[in-house]
Design a protein. Structure first.
Length: 341
């Protein structure tokens, strides 16, 4: 028997599974990084005045850090306050290429959740670039031009589907952008345990010095409908307590807007004993992080392999659900005509 609970995401059956996942992590892992990150506020710098690049190993004056603050976690996740001083400009430029892949994959999700990046909430356009959707004055404003549809409204099912221009991303770029965030947040003692991953991040291109994470770069992604149901951007790194635990040494979790990502960090020396073994990737229970008054529906979870370097189409559309449609007067109508009653 499976019954709903007072939480929109949980039935009795899934509550048991979630409790099992929580127990697995409580018994087997330590939380070594756990932060909420703000989109506005005073800046925080990790390890100030180090000025040795964690990724390429170069220091001043060979490496350039001048007046430079690298986002510790991508600005795409709403981080405008947490920076590091141990990422040189050269490495930062390389990482921005991976970040572009993450940005392409998550564009419509970030817009729906109104995630505040360094340039505000992202806009989206159609292929013809006439019709567009922007975040203005506290809401999403859709401009649709004749012959260039962007929003399809279904009044019977009360849905609005936004379809934008075709975009593509490199899955391995997405993985590397997540790995880079995790590698930035770790203490040096833990960084020293994943030298192969650091070397991969410090190498040019996607695949030079590539290192396996043992799961085929499996990413566990979730989408929870609602008004930014995680509240603030949240990052977490879990470290396996000892080698008797059947699971990877390091797990990185990132949640913002409506979305969360969970990956395994490549740690071949730490995970050598797991070679040839099969193990389950347990989802980190979201229930503790979701703000229930902001959740409008059930969380969707899927496992995605991010190992490909091929350009892959990003989701072309997103579906919004609405309660009602109301006619409103548009102030400063460009046509100069009074709005229809
Ligand atoms: Zn560097």
């Amino acid at each position: 028997m499976d019954l709903p609970t007072e939480f929109p995401n949980l039935t009795t059956k899934s509550a048991v599974a979630t409790a099992g996942d929580a127990e697995y992590y409580m018994n087997g892992y330590d939380i070594i990084v756990h932060r909420t990150v703000l989109s506005k506020g005073p800046k925080e710098h990790l390890q100030p005045e180090s000025y040795v690049c964690r990724f390429c190993g170069r220091s001043r004056p060979e490496a350039n850090f001048k007046k430079f603050n690298a986002h510790a976690i991508s600005h795409l996740t709403g981080n405008n306050t947490l920076f590091s001083l141990y990422e040189c400009r050269t490495c930062n430029a390389r990482f921005s290429g991976y970040e572009a892949d993450l940005g392409t994959l998550t564009l419509l999700d970030r817009q729906a959740a109104q995630v505040l990046g360094k340039d505000g909430v992202p806009s989206a356009k159609t292929s013809l670039k006439k019709s567009r959707i922007d975040f203005k004055e506290g809401g999403l404003v859709i401009q649709e031009h004749e012959g260039d549809p962007i929003a399809l409204i279904d009044e019977i099912n009360k849905t609005m589907t936004i379809s934008t221009m075709k975009r593509s991303y490199r899955p391995l770029g997405v993985y590397k952008s997540l790995l880079k965030m995790a590698a930035t947040l770790l203490d040096q003692a833990d960084v020293d345990k994943i030298p192969e991953a650091i070397k991969w991040l410090g190498s040019d291109g996607l695949t030079e010095n590539q290192i396996d994470d043992g799961t085929g770069y499996t990413c566990l992604r979730t989408f929870t409908p609602g008004m930014a149901p995680f509240g603030q951007t949240r990052v977490m790194i879990l470290r396996r307590k000892n080698k008797s635990i059947v699971g990877p040494a390091y797990i990185f979790f990132l949640a913002y807007g409506c979305t969360s990502f969970q990956i395994v960090l490549p740690a071949p020396q730490e995970d050598r004993h797991l070679v040839g073994q099969t193990f389950d990737l347990h989802p980190i229970p979201l229930i503790a992080f979701l703000k229930m008054d902001r959740v409008f529906g059930k969380t969707r979870t899927h496992f995605e392999k991010l190992g490909s370097t091929e350009l892959t189409p990003a989701p072309p559309s997103i579906v919004y659900h609405f309660e009602s449609i109301d006619a409103v007067e548009i102030p400063n109508s460009q046509s100069g005509e009074p709005p229809n009653a």
